[in-house]
Write a protein that binds this ligand. Structure first.
Ligand code: ZN
Length: 145
């Protein structure tokens, strides 16, 4: 697997595990402060899809049901990304452009009712706007001179 580091992180090599497109390097609105060419680089690197160790136990009609994280979730939802440091799921477009805090700042760790949370999020106005912003990023170039 190819690992790419951002210029900044190569300078101070404190967090070698942070790649440019990782959730850890993109939280707190970091994307908005990146220069244009680095934004394009993040877009091209695409969302991080690490294996997570998430497991929730739920009691259904007196029986324990264990819900485990499956890599499948990335295939089913092309906007979901993961953070192996926070061990949580995030929304890649909302992480970049800002949105619902649970999907863009804190991360989702609770797998119970996850599909309901996914449906709610992917139909939210802010999310749809961010999907569009990401799609358009780098597509239009204004030449001033
Ligand atoms: Zn979103």
């Amino acid at each position: 697997m190819e690992v790419q580091y951002s210029k900044l992180e190569l300078k101070d090599n404190k967090k070698p595990a942070n790649t440019m497109n990782s959730v850890a390097s993109l939280v707190d609105n970091a994307f908005s402060r990146l220069p244009y060419d680095e934004k394009i680089a993040v877009k091209n690197l695409k969302r991080p899809m690490p294996q997570l160790c998430l497991e929730n136990k739920q009691s259904v009609k007196g029986k324990d049901v264990i819900r485990k994280f499956k890599l499948d979730i990335y295939k089913k939802n092309d906007w979901i990304c993961g953070c192996d440091i926070k061990n949580a799921l995030f929304c890649f477009p909302c992480l970049l452009f800002g949105g619902e805090p649970s999907w863009s700042k804190n991360g989702i760790r609770d797998l119970i009712h996850l599909s309901a949370k996914i449906t709610k999020h992917e139909n939210s106005e802010g999310h749809l706007k961010n999907i569009f912003s990401l799609r358009m990023l780098g597509k239009i170039t204004f030449r001033m001179f």
